[in-house]
Design a protein around this ligand. Structure first.
Ligand SMILES: [Zn+2]
Length: 360
C-alpha cells in the first residue's frame, strides 16, 4: 500500500476573494504637458521618495477593525519580507495613529484593500480612518499573499492584471456575472474598475505583463478568452513575490547610499540622473537660519527634506513641481548642529543633465 503524503495541499481553483482598491481621481497636469512627459510623471507620482520611513498602525477601535495577534504578525512579517529585499524604504510600527502613514484594520466584512503609495498622505489624512483593510484570514498561504499584495499597493504598485500589455481578452459578461456573486459581491462598476478597465499606458511603468506578480489577481477558468491557455484553466500566480516584483521594487527603492554628498550654500549641483531615479544630499548647516533649496532647469521633480531625529530621518517638508512650469522649492529654517537629508526624485527632464540644484 502506498503511504499517502500528509503534506497539506491547498486546492485552489482561483475562486478566492480579491482586493478592491479605492477609486481615486487622476491628478491634473498642466495642459501643455506632452504624452511622454505625462507618462514619466504617472509612472513615478505615487511612489514614495526612496529612504522614506513608513509608519504603520493597527486600529483597535472600533472593535470590528481589531485584528488578532496572529493577523497582526502576518502583516508584520509581510512588511519584513518586502524590507528584506534590500529596498531603501523603512517600515516601523507605531502606537499612535497620528504618527502613521499606513493605518490598518481587519474588518472581516469590508474586503481587502489599500490606498496606493503617496495617496496615503495626499487623500487619506484623517488619523481615525483606515488606509488599508484585511477582510479575510492572513494565516493561510493565500492570506500571506494578500498581505504582500496590499503592502505592494501601499508602496505604490498598481494591479498587474490591468497592465495594458497583458493582452488579456475578457469574457466581459462572464466576469461581471462571476464577481457579482460569492465571495466578492461586486457591482458591475466595481468589476469594471478593478478588472476590465486596462490601465492607461500613462499609469503603468510600461513593463511587460508578469502573470506571476504579487499584484496580479487570480482568476477561475471561464473568464478569459485570450490567452487561450486560461480558457479552461484558472490563472493562478505563483505564491509570493515574483522575480519581476523584486526587480521593480529595487528599481524604485534601491538600497540607500550612506555616503551622501554635502549640499552647501551657494554651490550648484548638476542633476544628471535618469527619469525615475533619485539623488540625495546631506545638509549640515553652519548657521541657524532660513535656507531655500531649489531646482533649476526644465525638470519635473519631487523634493523632500528630512531631519535626522534620534537616528531616524523624519519628514520636514516637501514640494512636487511635476506637470507644472514651476521648479521644486523648499524654504525652511535649519538649525546648526542638526543634520538634514534632501532627496530629489526626477520624473522628467527636457534634456538630461540640463538641470541643477542650489541652496542659499
Ligand atoms: Zn489590489
Amino acid at each position: 500500500m502506498v503511504k499517502k503524503s500528509n503534506k497539506h495541499v491547498e486546492h485552489n481553483d482561483g475562486k478566492q476573494p480579491l482586493c478592491t482598491i479605492p477609486e481615486m481621481p487622476l491628478r491634473p497636469l498642466d495642459a501643455n504637458v506632452n504624452d511622454q512627459r505625462a507618462s514619466l510623471i504617472r509612472v513615478t507620482e505615487k511612489k514614495w521618495v526612496n529612504g522614506t520611513v513608513l509608519h504603520y498602525y493597527f486600529h483597535d477601535e472600533p472593535s470590528t477593525w481589531r485584528g488578532g495577534d496572529d493577523q497582526k504578525d502576518a502583516v508584520r512579517n509581510a512588511f519584513s519580507e518586502w524590507k528584506q529585499l534590500g529596498i531603501g524604504l523603512e517600515f516601523i510600527e507605531v502606537t499612535d495613529p497620528q504618527d502613521a502613514e499606513i493605518r490598518i484594520g481587519f474588518d472581516q466584512n469590508d474586503g481587502s484593500w489599500s490606498y496606493v503609495g503617496r495617496d496615503n498622505i495626499d487623500y487619506a489624512t484623517d488619523p481615525d480612518e483606515r488606509t488599508m483593510n484585511f477582510g479575510w484570514d492572513l494565516t493561510t498561504d493565500y492570506g500571506h499573499d494578500t498581505a504582500l499584495h496590499e503592502i505592494g499597493h501601499a508602496i505604490g504598485f498598481s494591479h498587474e492584471h490591468q497592465n495594458p500589455k497583458s493582452g488579456i481578452q475578457w469574457d466581459e459578461a462572464a466576469v461581471i456575472d462571476y464577481f457579482s456573486g460569492s465571495p466578492n459581491y461586486w457591482s458591475e462598476e466595481q468589476t469594471r474598475h478593478n478588472i476590465l478597465r486596462k490601465l492607461n499606458e500613462n499609469e503603468t511603468d510600461g513593463s511587460d505583463w508578469d502573470n506571476n506578480s504579487i499584484m496580479h489577481y487570480q482568476f477561475p477558468s471561464g473568464l478569459i478568452i485570450k490567452p487561450e491557455a486560461y480558457q479552461n484553466n484558472p490563472l493562478i500566480p505563483d505564491p509570493g513575490l515574483s522575480s519581476t516584483d523584486i526587480v521593480e521594487a529595487l528599481h524604485f527603492y534601491p538600497g540607500l547610499d550612506i555616503n551622501l554628498p554635502e549640499l552647501r550654500p551657494w554651490e550648484s549641483h548638476r542633476i544628471r540622473i535618469d527619469a525615475g531615479r533619485q539623488i540625495d544630499f546631506l545638509i549640515n548647516p553652519k548657521y541657524s537660519r532660513e535656507y531655500t533649496m531649489q531646482t533649476f532647469g526644465k525638470m519635473d521633480t519631487v523634493m523632500v527634506l528630512f531631519e535626522e531625529i534620534n537616528g531616524e530621518n523624519v519628514y520636514y517638508d516637501g514640494d512636487d513641481d511635476s506637470g507644472t512650469s514651476f521648479n521644486a522649492k523648499i524654504t525652511a529654517r535649519l538649525v546648526r548642529g542638526r543634520s538634514y537629508v534632501l532627496r530629489i526624485r526626477l520624473y522628467y527632464a527636457e534634456q538630461k543633465g540640463e538641470g541643477a540644484l542650489m541652496m542659499w
